[in-house]
Write a protein of this length. Sequence first.
Length: 108
Amino acid sequence: MIARIWRAAATRDKAALYQDHFATRVVPHLRAIDGFSGASLLRRDVEDGTELLALTLWQDLDSIRAFTGPDADKAIVAPEAQAMLTAFDATAANYEVVVDIRPNVPGT
């Protein structure tokens, strides 16, 4: 399994808008891709705004490439999402998951 991590920043107001965008636009798109295994959006309010970290899980790099195209490190950030963000990474980091311990969570 591969964990893909991407970082962004927003004002607090726009962070709430991005959360909605992630849940209603990004996740449904990702669910349609073979090999997609899950997603989380993490949020941390800091002095000058909000940091966002998107964590997606994939079966393998080929699954990620079905989303990104040939460059698995490329970040895919729609123009409407870019308008909500004050900064965002142009690339994502892909990590091989070597230990994964989670309790079974109903409804996820």
